[in-house]
Write a protein that binds this ligand. Structure first.
Ligand code: CTP
Ligand code: CA
Length: 223
């Protein structure tokens, strides 16, 4: 006989997860985007739902399909993601921001398709709202987990984000390593906590990493 263990360790917990990259419209047919696949966020959503959590997934455009039982809201631009996240924030126990949010958007979106006239084209970009920073400022009971994508000084930059955004935990990954992280099936990361602890997560599938991250979140909740 095979023993099937059903984990229900997240039963009763409401988890809000963001995933994927945002798209910022330049004109009706063009946008500014990034290489995020959404895999890490979707893996976290599936794992949390399988462990009994009530999951709301706010997803940028991806090629992925959410597991059944997960409530998904699809968004495009960072400003839409912000509105969707804020609408669910108060009721959430745990918030995991795995999305790759565009830092800038075109200052204006052209009403019509931009024609190729000049030899060069200049786009003026303006800052997007930092959703996670806002969540940190509004934080009450929520446990707040961020991601940090870095190509240099991983720990230093991740520590700065953890403090500035008032997070409980940040998962930092080096996006310059080929074959892992951004748009890949595997990930390598460091987990940083408010008290200065740093834990290493060796190369593993995003599905496996999702469950390890959830284990760590639960351990922090129980403190
Ligand atoms: N984030 C967000 N809203 C933004 C930008 C980022 O909520 N406008 C969140 C991301 O979802 C992630 C965390 O903030 O969980 C860190 O994102 P990252 O791009 O690594 O850091 P930034 O604060 O944007 O700083 P920079 O890109 O300059 O390193
Ligand atoms: Ca950024």
């Amino acid at each position: 006989h095979q023993l099937i263990v059903v984990q229900n360790d997240f039963r009763g917990k409401k988890i809000l997860i963001t995933a994927g990259g945002t798209k910022e419209a330049i004109d009706p047919v063009r946008y500014i985007g990034n290489r995020s696949s959404g895999k890490m966020g979707y893996a976290l959503a599936s794992a949390a739902a399988a462990r009994g959590a009530t999951v709301t997934l706010i997803s940028g455009p991806t090629n992925l399909k959410a597991a059944c039982g997960i409530k998904v809201e699809y968004v495009e631009a960072a400003s839409d993601m912000r509105a969707a996240v804020l609408a669910h924030y108060n009721e959430s126990d745990i918030v995991i921001k795995a999305a790759a949010v565009a830092d800038y958007r075109p200052q204006s979106t052209a009403e019509h398709k931009i024609k190729k006239t000049g030899d060069t084209l200049q786009l003026v970009l303006e800052r997007n709202p930092d959703i996670l920073l806002e969540l940190g400022q509004l934080k009450k009971q929520q446990m707040l987990i961020g991601f940090a994508a870095e190509t240099q000084q991983l720990v230093l930059h991740a520590q700065e984000k953890l403090a500035k955004k008032n997070l409980d935990m940040i998962i930092a990954n080096d996006v310059s390593v080929p074959g892992v992280g951004f748009n890949a099936d595997h990930n390598i990361a460091k987990v940083l906590y408010r008290d200065g602890r740093i834990e290493e997560l060796s190369k593993m599938s995003k599905e496996h990493m999702a469950n390890i991250i959830l284990d760590k979140i639960l351990a922090e909740c129980r403190k």
